[in-house]
Write a protein that binds this ligand. Structure first.
Ligand code: ADP
Length: 707
């Protein structure tokens, strides 16, 4: 390796920690790990690590968390996705061997979180951590370190402002901050903002070679000087042939879901079937992880040839099955959208990248940062000597070299939109982090947004907030000001705790104040119009215009509320229709096929709606709209579980989903009391239940009864 390696034994940590590392096969520190330790990782220094994928950033996080634990402090680790949180939770659970208790909390934004006190290391998503900082459970004082993974997300319009606030809350607590990222072109700027020592490294366990395809010359040019001839001007055929001949795996990144799917089909049609046992093994995984029938049916024909597609439209289970099969070598080619590059650990020897994306009516090339994120997936530690990333569609050689040699775009604050500022200004006041205008000004000056806007445009964001955002929040009756002091109103407090946009709350109140007792579809369409629903992706609603107007005229749905475009209204109506099927126990496969949405999208719709109907219910309660509050509360449970009202009691029990609850109901068991009265034999005899589950159902029912 040429450099003097640092042994793990040299870490100033107890023997059992070192032993644990050695058990995992870790003998020496990687260069970024070594540098992080040198710069004071274990002495509580704030550290920002910018180093490539697979360079060992997770272990840096673990060392900081364990070090805090050993000093009697709590550690928090936060990550963009629930799936990543689950993955890290499993990984970190190994530390229970040295007595650390590992916990995870990723949902229920208004749940006070006091119970998390029993854990030493807590894994969260950005939003849940933000909500915990707002709710201020007592144990927050004992937090010693906050690790923020994938810090480059700070420039993301939707998630970025949350990360920025988390960092500021953590600084205010006096906790150590450890930020991690693979693609940062301005790490110095971020490190300075956070008061971090910078660990900058381009060390990779596997060498990455980058190249691009020149169609005109029918060759691939690599940055190590090699070229590869492409026969018949067909890049994909060439990639497949090489991979099959040399027995390696390939990930191809497409920028649109339908392109990923069609390319996967085309590849499968060109290559021979894999052996039957391998195929069956993959199909078993689909069943084990509970992919939907319609997904399995579609992917089956591809898996037969060792191929799959992967995108956010798939159910969580289908994605897990594909990732898992690829990692264990059962699948050879995956055509994916960029979501696969967002933190999921699934490298391949070769990665092929398509760079054109259709956005806002135009075809645009992706950014260098996005390219780097995907290219970084090339090369599997422990298996490959090199990894290769190949860009498939550059317009000329200049563009190819720009992707390869260019610096990724600098990461800038996203805490500059009206929505983000409205949400977070309210939360700062409602949670008591600032009590007056001067304090608000001081705190805002600590944001990255303040620095960025002052430098780039000479704008002072604190003035903007005080002149525009504060008055708007007062108009909305969320806060009050009195001689320089700022107070939240009851509504403001509720809204901040519920983790919704103040505008969402106002839209709901304004609309419902004037109506009597609407049907569920009315409520569902309403919440789907609010700004908190915008991240949900739904297509194919334009043709619904006539139907929507007719529903509106019959009073079945609200009209477009102020500020909502016709298309957003139609989109909300479509979401309302989808949810209405879901709460009437229509089969998921049927919903997906008739409404032409992905299982992953359906899940996001359900999750968002379940949270917003619940929040709407609490908001109505706080302003005295009692009837709506009750209706919305029932509706939120129906949305959460996908059931008619009569099953609400049964689905509260762990282990009973909508299908089993319906079967029990049909067999005359309709309430928790019924479960406790009929005896185990009758429950066990119901299809899909059996003795083991019956026993645990009765147990759970007893627990609920005694609550
Ligand atoms: P990153 O978070 O930077 O993408 P990971 O932390 O996931 O990278 O590390 C990639 C792989 O390298 C993991 O399988 C991890 O167990 C392994 N690894 C990390 N540090 C070391 C080390 N010091 N020695 C050997 N393997 C390591």
């Amino acid at each position: 390796m040429g450099r003097k390696q640092t042994k793990v034994e040299s870490l100033r940590l107890p023997k059992e920690v070192i032993n644990e590392l050695r058990l995992r096969g870790i003998k020496y520190l990687t260069p970024p790990q070594e540098e992080a330790v040198k710069k004071g990782l274990l002495n509580g220094e704030n550290i920002l690590v910018a180093s490539p994928t697979a360079s060992g950033k997770t272990l840096i996080a673990e060392l900081a968390l364990i070090n805090a634990f050993l000093r009697g402090r709590k550690g928090i680790y936060t990550t963009p996705l629930k799936t990543l949180a689950n993955e890290k939770y499993e990984e970190f659970s190994l530390w229970s061997k040295i007595g650390a208790k590992i916990g995870i909390s990723t949902g229920d934004y208004d749940e006070p979180g006091e119970w998390l006190d029993r854990y030493d290391i807590i894994v969260t998503t950005y939003e849940r951590l933000d909500s915990l900082f707002r709710l201020r459970p007592k144990w927050l004082r004992r937090v010693g370190v906050v690790v923020i993974d994938e810090l480059h997300n700070i420039s993301d319009e939707e998630r970025g402002p949350t990360i920025e606030l988390i960092a500021i809350y953590a600084l205010k607590l006096g906790a150590q901050i450890v930020g991690l990222s693979a693609t940062l072109s301005n790490p110095e700027e971020l490190a300075e903002w956070l008061g971090c020592k910078l660990v900058l490294s381009n060390w990779r366990p596997v060498k990455l070679i980058e190249g691009f395809y020149i169609k005109r010359k029918s060759i691939i040019v690599f940055n190590d000087g090699r070229t590869e001839e492409v026969l018949n001007n067909n890049l994909i055929d060439h990639i497949i042939r090489n991979a099959l001949n040399q027995h390696y795996q390939v990930i191809i990144f497409q920028q649109a879901r339908h392109r990923a799917e069609s390319m996967a089909r085309s590849i499968a049609s060109k290559i021979p079937a894999i052996d039957r046992n391998t195929y069956l093994e993959v199909m078993d995984k689909f069943k084990k992880y509970e992919a939907l029938r319609s997904e399995i049916k579609d992917l089956d024909k591809l898996v037969m040839h060792g191929v799959a597609y992967h995108h956010a439209g798939l159910s969580h289970g289908a994605r897990l099955a594909i990732e898992n099969s690829f990692r264990s070598g059962l699948i050879r080619f995956v055509v994916a959208t960029p979501t696969l590059a967002a933190g999921i650990n699934m490298p391949a020897r070769r990665v092929v990248i398509y760079t054109r994306r259709f956005e806002g009516g135009y075809v645009k090339p992706i950014s260098i940062a996005e390219y780097k994120q995907m290219a970084g997936r090339a090369g599997r530690p422990q298996y490959d000597v090199i990894g290769e990333a190949i860009i498939a569609d550059v317009k000329d050689e200049g563009e190819g070299w720009r992707y390869i040699n260019g610096r990724p775009e600098p990461v800038k604050s996203a805490l500059i939109s009206e929505r983000a500022l409205r949400i977070h200004t309210l939360s700062l006041i409602a949670s008591g982090y600032v009590e007056g205008i001067d304090e608000l000004r001081d705190l805002l000056r600590k944001t990255l947004a303040y620095r960025n806007l002052l430098e780039s445009r000479g704008i002072d964001i604190t003035n903007y907030v005080i002149k525009n955002i504060l008055p708007r929040l007062m108009e909305m009756n969320m806060i009050r000001a009195d001689r320089g002091y700022l107070y939240p109103t009851r509504l403001g407090l509720t809204v901040s705790r519920l983790y919704v946009d103040p505008l969402t709350a106002i839209m709901i109140i304004d609309e419902l104040e004037g109506v009597g007792k609407p049907i569920p579809l009315y409520y569902l369409t309403l919440i789907a119009m609010t700004p908190d629903f915008t991240r949900v992706r739904i297509i194919g609603y334009r043709g619904l215009q006539r139907e929507a107007y007719s529903a509106y005229e019959s009073g079945l749905i609200p009209g477009p509320i102020r500020g909502i475009s016709l298309f957003d209204w139609l989109k909300a109506y479509k979401i309302g229709l989808i949810l209405n099927q879901w709460i009437n126990e229509v089969d998921e496969d049927y919903i997906i096929t008739t409404f032409k949405i992905g299982a992953g999208d359906l899940n996001l719709v359900i999750e968002t709606a379940s949270w917003l109907t619940y929040a709407a219910s609490r908001i109505c309660e706080s302003v005295g709209l009692k009837n709506h509050a009750n209706e919305l509360n029932k509706l939120s449970l129906r949305v959460r579980y996908g059931v008619k009202e009569e099953l609400i009691d049964l689905v509260r029990i762990k282990g009973i989903g909508r299908v089993r609850a319906r079967l029990m109901y049909m067999h005359g068991i309709r309430t928790i009391d019924d479960i406790l009265n009929v005896g185990i034999e009758r429950i066990a005899k119901i299809p899909m239940i059996g003795e083991v589950l019956a026993k645990s159902i009765i147990n759970e029912a007893e627990k609920l009864k005694n609550k």
